[in-house]
Design a protein around this ligand. Structure first.
Ligand code: FES
Length: 151
């Protein structure tokens, strides 16, 4: 695990851009929160490291575009999580429709997403300040980390 510097203006330095690009997926712990920084198609994303469903390690997931949204697919049970907002996405049909055409639906925000910025080749993460409970918070707490380890 790499150490991070003290935040300037709430931003944590997480690494040099070229190193993070090469790594593609980088694990960091900021304020006891485990996150993964993902570099994909020229863009950095940062999300909670453990899947909101049962604590799967998202750093090992594939990335696909679904319904126009880049999503990480949890390697455990294939839940789909948008990288931009942390929405849980699923494909289903509306039983009220005559022609039951499968389409993508959102379960709402399930995974906490953090802000990545870059200055002069240095990359910073600002942790989400979204208030209220987001399901991925569970696996950042002590009990969640214990249960994740048992799974
Ligand atoms: Fe991620 Fe189940 S732990 S889909």
């Amino acid at each position: 695990m790499e150490e991070t510097e003290q935040p300037a203006g709430g931003r944590y330095f997480v690494g040099r851009k070229d190193e993070l690009i090469e790594a593609k997926r980088s694990f960091r712990t900021l304020e006891d929160r485990d996150i993964v920084i993902i570099y994909h198609q020229g863009v950095f994303h940062a999300i909670d490291s453990y899947c909101y469903h049962a604590g799967g390690i998202l750093a090992n997931g594939d990335i696909e575009e679904l319904d126009g949204k880049l999503c990480i697919i949890c390697p455990n049970h294939k839940y789909k999580i948008s990288l931009a907002k942390g929405e849980g996405l699923y494909r289903g049909v509306d039983p009220r429709e005559e022609q039951r055409v499968p389409r993508w639906y959102s379960k709402g925000v399930k995974q906490r997403v953090h802000t990545v910025t870059e200055t002069d080749g240095d990359v910073y993460v600002q942790l989400s300040e979204e208030r209220g409970w987001i399901e991925s918070d569970y696996y950042q707490g002590e009990q969640g980390k214990v249960n994740r380890a048992k799974a």
